[in-house]
Design a protein around this ligand. Structure first.
Ligand code: MF3
Ligand code: CO
Ligand code: CO
Length: 254
């Protein structure tokens, strides 16, 4: 399969959708507090997306039952919103994917609930740095493998492990397009980035072992194999003539 080069019209559409995904995350911040259930946050996210004429991409995607993913503590990704009540010290990831006018935007970030441990804060900081380090590799002519190579080098140097069972992905016209953007990779491996490509980088970084296991009952929730914490950040990224544009960084946090 080949990597789509987006047209100017597609880029415009994806930019709008990505902006809305980022705005959804920003809107949800006020609800990421102790005592709220993850289902309540899901309901707020669902309403917000519909109000802005978007469809939540995860709802009914391969039978995923909710409008966002909420992944708490040892949940690596694909947590299903439910009756779980957030409590002081939790670390929560919310992953939002919007479909606006047929175009996809995909982003996630961490929300500390109340006062979190120093360990949890360091994990979050390092994971955010991992995304930045990946973004630094985004320019035309560079190879996709260098994203994962640099992320892994850094994460390991900080004493963490990088999840290799889930990857970033091309995005925009569909939810998951080519290429797979792995967060562990060999230097100078993979295809070259070209102007007009749009994809995500979404490193999942673990305190302990890299391995994950999927919940047998729901078939989605991916947890760390050892029960230790995991964190994740995600941006939708456009390769430009010079470098890249972070389509989901509408608040200049990067
Ligand atoms: N948003 C996730 C990603 O970054 C995918 C979620 S798929 C779901 O690729 F089905 F779990 F919602
Ligand atoms: Co994604
Ligand atoms: Co996502």
């Amino acid at each position: 399969m080949s990597i789509r080069i987006k047209t100017a019209k597609q880029i415009e559409g994806i930019r709008k959708s990505a902006k809305l995904a980022a705005e959804t995350l920003k809107y949800l911040e006020q609800f990421a507090v102790a005592g709220n259930t993850t289902d309540f946050i899901n309901a707020k996210a669902h309403e917000f997306m519909l109000r802005h004429k978007a469809i939540p991409a995860t709802l009914n995607y391969n039978k995923f039952p909710k409008s966002i993913c909420t992944s708490v503590n040892d949940v690596v990704c694909h947590g299903i919103p439910g009756e779980y009540e957030l409590k002081d010290g939790d670390i929560l990831n919310i992953d939002v994917t919007t479909i606006l006018d047929g175009y996809y935007g995909d982003t996630c970030k961490m929300f500390p609930i109340g006062k979190i441990s120093e360990n949890a804060q360091k994990l979050i900081d390092v994971t955010k740095n991992c995304l930045k380090i990946g973004v630094d590799q985004c320019y035309p002519g560079n190879r996709f493998g260098n994203i994962g190579y640099e992320i892994n080098q850094y994460a390991v140097s900080q004493g963490y492990s990088v999840v290799y069972e889930f990857c970033g992905h091309g995005v925009g016209v569909a939810f998951h397009e080519d290429p797979e953007v792995c967060h562990v990779a060999d230097k100078n491996s993979g295809k070259r980035m070209r102007e007009g490509m749009i994809f995500t980088i979404e490193p999942m970084i673990n305190e302990g072992k890299a391995r994950t296991k999927i919940d047998k009952n729901d078939g989605w929730t991916a947890r760390t194999i050892d029960g230790k914490l995991s964190a994740q950040f995600e941006h939708t990224i456009l390769i430009t003539g010079q470098g890249c544009e972070l389509l989901t960084d509408v608040y200049g946090e990067y």
